[in-house]
Design a binder for this molecule. Structure first.
Ligand SMILES: Nc1ncnc2c1ncn2[C@@H]1O[C@H](COP(=O)(O)OP(=O)(O)O)[C@@H](O)[C@H]1O
Ligand SMILES: [Mg+2]
Length: 299
């Protein structure tokens, strides 16, 4: 399988924070999953560490990513959202403390994405809006990023101060010109086709863009590459997710002359681990993920 990141998503991901808004059925979840796919693929390719916290109160839109090793937290209960955001804010401030001590302008730690499928479901719960605003205001230098979706761009959901910090705003088809203006500052998103197009406001420049859909097949392919199911052969079946990039698999297959098939045997995983060491000397986090998964598996 070929993995390609559509360039529009690369451009969006250059922005510290992304907002995707549009009416029901306009393609928010599709764009969001395509963005996640792009972010993860770019992280693999550039060797930069990226972890993800998901707030998915619809319970199904982001669940595919939940079992990957790069998932910090998956929240599907409204009562858990305030705590998840509080923990993110605290962790971000902890990074700032370190940056202050070291006189750094930007952290050297990995990127953390806070991903929300529907903002309106919880943003008015205790403290949530304030915490999102804080993450939006201070996130950039600490490598904390918001990726937010909503079908309600009114001030009831998106306060002016939250909106102000959303550096990349994408309006898929909206119900009205008013909603279009609320998102990108101009009317027009109400006239867009049902899906595939959007108005994007990046740093004050509005443009009409194509929003390609990354296929389910490509997404599940990537998930398979990032997380490999391992079956515990003794006693009951235990599934542990181990990251295994395509190139590792390929090299393993070339060197052993065997096809690597799920579920992997423990002995195979040991060889795989050595491969990861060989091939990704620079990628410490990948090695650590593998080690952690192995430890879990051996328990
Ligand atoms: N970029 C796109 N290209 C083609 N079809 C799309 C695209 N975006 C959305 N769709 C179609 O529209 C449907 C609804 O999209 P979805 O992302 O679930 O909308 P929303 O989350 O805004 O309610 C999808 O199931 C898909 O069939
Ligand atoms: Mg949706």
């Amino acid at each position: 399988m070929e993995f390609n990141v559509p360039t529009i998503y690369t451009r969006m991901l250059e922005s510290p924070h992304i907002l995707i808004a549009g009416t029901t059925g306009s393609g928010k979840s599709v764009a969001l999953n395509s963005l996640l796919y792009s972010a993860m693929l770019e992280a693999i390719e550039t060797g930069k560490e990226a972890t993800f916290t998901y707030i998915d109160l619809k319970m199904i839109e982001l669940v595919d990513w939940r079992d990957l090793p790069n998932c910090d937290r998956y929240v599907d209960k409204p009562e858990d959202a305030p705590k998840a955001l509080k923990d993110a804010v605290d962790a971000m401030y902890a990074r700032y403390k370190v940056m202050q001590t070291r006189h750094q302008k930007e952290t050297d730690e990995g990127h953390v994405y806070i991903v929300v499928d529907e903002l309106a479901d919880f943003v008015n719960d205790k403290g949530c809006l304030e915490r999102l605003v804080t993450l939006g205001r201070l996130g950039r230098a600490a490598h904390y990023h918001l990726i937010l979706c909503t079908q309600d761009p009114s001030r009831a959901t998106l306060s002016a101060s939250l909106l102000q910090n959303m550096t990349c705003r994408v309006a898929l088809r909206t119900k009205s010109p008013i909603e279009s203006r609320q998102i990108v500052g101009v009317a027009g998103a109400e006239k867009l086709p049902a899906h595939g197009r959007a108005l994007m406001d990046m740093d004050g420049q509005v443009e009409n863009i194509e929003v390609p859909m990354v296929s389910d097949e490509a997404i599940s392919g990537l998930i398979e590459v990032l997380g490999v199911e391992v079956k515990h052969t003794q006693s009951s079946t235990k599934t542990v997710v181990v990251p295994c990039p395509d190139f590792v698999k390929k090299t393993w297959e070339e060197r052993t002359g065997r096809t690597l098939k799920k579920p992997y045997e423990l002995s195979e995983i040991d060889i795989l681990r050595a491969q990861v060491r060989d091939l990704t000397n620079a990628n410490r986090s990948l090695q650590e993920d593998l080690d952690r998964a192995l430890k879990q598996l051996r328990r």
